[in-house]
Design a protein around this ligand. Structure first.
Ligand code: SAM
Length: 236
């Protein structure tokens, strides 16, 4: 994990030998399980370190994630960005929400293998789980990578966020302004408030990435999210 160590240092993130060992184990599990179920198309040792692990750690650059926080990762897939954040900040409480049962089986095995405390993987769609009072408006920070366009993501993610909490969406820089412009209505309806875009770059290894930071200013009306599939099919 030398490449990850070096690139993370460039972002001011120092990973201990133990943390690097956990990332190594994560890579090995991802690689092995990917032979059986489709978790990711990115499988090369160096590529996983940058495209998956480092990219996930960039969310720390927002300054919005604190060690005592409850974090939810929506559409976590193979655990990204949630698991790298948990490895870097072991005291956070982490909930991974993922619609595909097989991926959740992987996530539970990974959590066990890495010995991660206070980490749960839940099978289900965000549209349904966001109406469950165990999860609704319970998280300090909600994160979600590569799941949907911003207007749909707002509807899937903001209901999980506490008032005063934050939703962070890592995105490619292309079409960023367009996605933000299309999000005005969804933010207003869901109680979100655009805060900033943080541009992140590690020359040669991570390029043209950006983090959209949205604060939750007021309660999300209980009709949201709408039924399964609607946020993506017919964004607010
Ligand atoms: N976040 C991971 C990453 O960055 O590698 C996975 C991205 S993958 C392209 C999208 C994932 O979101 C899939 O695993 C899919 O099953 C999950 N997903 C899509 N819509 C969802 C929803 N409404 N609720 C929960 N999971 C969802």
């Amino acid at each position: 994990m030398e490449l990850l160590k070096k690139c993370a240092e460039k972002l001011g993130i120092i990973l201990s030998a133990h943390q690097l060992d956990l990332f190594e184990k994560y890579f090995n599990q991802l690689y092995a399980w990917n032979q059986k179920i489709n978790l990711t198309s990115v499988t090369g040792y160096e590529e996983v370190q940058t495209t998956h692990f480092l990219d996930s750690l960039t969310l720390l650059m927002t300054g919005k994630i604190r060690p005592d926080f409850r974090i939810a990762d929506i559409g976590s897939g193979a655990g990204l960005p949630g698991i790298p954040l948990k490895i870097a900040m072991p005291d956070i409480s982490l909930t991974l929400i993922e619609a595909t049962g097989k991926k959740v089986t992987f996530l539970r095995s990974l959590i066990e293998e890495l010995g991660l405390k206070d980490t749960a993987a839940i099978t289900g769609r965000a549209e349904d789980l966001a109406h469950d009072l165990h999860y609704r408006e319970k998280y300090d920070v909600v994160v979600s990578r590569a799941v949907a366009s911003l207007p749909a993501l707002n509807e899937l993610c903001l209901p999980f966020c506490k008032i005063g909490g934050t939703f962070i969406a890592p995105k490619k820089r292309e079409k960023l302004e367009e996605e933000l412009a299309a999000s005005t209505n969804s933010l207003k309806r869901l109680g979100g408030r655009f805060v900033k875009i943080e541009y992140v770059e590690v020359p040669d290894f991570l390029s043209r990435r950006a983090l959209i930071v949205i604060d939750k200013g007021s309660l999300t009306p209980s009709i949201y999210p709408r039924r399964s599939g609607m946020p993506q099919k017919n964004p607010l």
